[in-house]
Ligand binder design. Structure first.
Ligand SMILES: NC(=O)c1ccc[n+]([C@@H]2O[C@H](COP(=O)([O-])OP(=O)(O)OC[C@H]3O[C@@H](n4cnc5c(N)ncnc54)[C@H](O)[C@@H]3O)[C@@H](O)[C@H]2O)c1
Length: 218
């Protein structure tokens, strides 16, 4: 069977599961383990074995052996390469309030190939302040900075009414992917990749499930 190494035919659900496989494999590697089978991965991660086998076959450069499974080191390398983590991408963050500060403070993004190189805000009290090793710059420098540094990812953490103008500014400077945390629908060209994050949506699903569980217990 031909192994697919590009994104064609790979579902968003598979891509979304890959970081979890990576975390699992790195934990096993840290414990000195050398091999992992899709059955064991499925069992320990509480996933469907067929799904795990299919996911790994899509990204792995070598076929896993039925019982022995995959070499952990090879599989980690394949997933890293597939997700582009072996090629760290610079990003800027716009809006350094509660959420922006939290994202800046999370060192783990580096392990996922994201390197936050600059932060911007309009609040005079924040400009010039160092937050998690990044100095906050004035928002009127966004375009010039991303163009000069060739930054391709922008993270939006501003109030929703400013999200569109910030997105336009980023795109004008050459940004091609936007990770948008503001609850705003951004109008952008199809050539710009946008991922909207919505914790309120996840919370709504959680509370609906809770309601159903409690209802069924009555
Ligand atoms: N996706 C989610 O699940 C989720 C969760 C929490 C917050 N949010 C959203 O994230 C955004 C930020 O939330 P927060 O709690 O950090 O808000 P906040 O008010 O604490 O911070 C917003 C920051 O943006 C700055 N800002 C305002 N206009 C700007 C502009 N034009 N350019 C640059 N900076 C600007 C402000 O000075 C402030 O520092 C909001 O839109 C909020 O609704 C989303």
């Amino acid at each position: 069977m031909e192994v697919k190494k590009d994104n064609i035919g790979i579902s968003k659900a598979t891509i979304a599961r890959l970081p979890a496989y990576l975390r699992y494999l790195k934990e096993k590697q840290a414990k000195g383990e050398k091999k992992a089978s899709s059955t064991a991965i499925a069992e320990e991660m509480h996933l469907n074995a067929v799904q795990v086998r299919k996911d790994l076959a899509l990204v792995s450069s070598v076929a896993g052996k039925p019982k022995l499974g995959f070499e952990i080191t090879d599989l980690i390398e394949d997933i890293n390469r597939f997700l582009g983590y072996d090629n760290t991408t610079d990003a800027v963050i716009v809006g350094v309030g509660g959420l922006g500060k939290a994202l800046l403070g999370y060192g783990g993004f580096r392990n996922y190939g994201l390197n936050i190189v600059a932060a911007f805000d309009t609040a005079p009290k924040l400009i010039g302040k160092k937050i998690s090793s990044v100095t906050v710059q004035s928002a009127d420098k966004i375009q010039e900075f991303v163009r000069r540094q060739n930054v391709k990812i922008g993270i939006i953490c501003v109030p929703k009414e400013f999200a569109q103008s910030v997105a336009d500014e980023l795109v004008e400077g050459g940004v091609r992917a936007i990770w948008n945390f503001a609850p705003a629908h951004l109008q952008l060209s199809e050539k710009i990749a946008v991922k909207n994050e919505d914790m309120a949506g996840s919370l709504a699903i959680l509370s609906k499930r809770l309601e159903q569980i409690l209802y069924n217990e009555k």
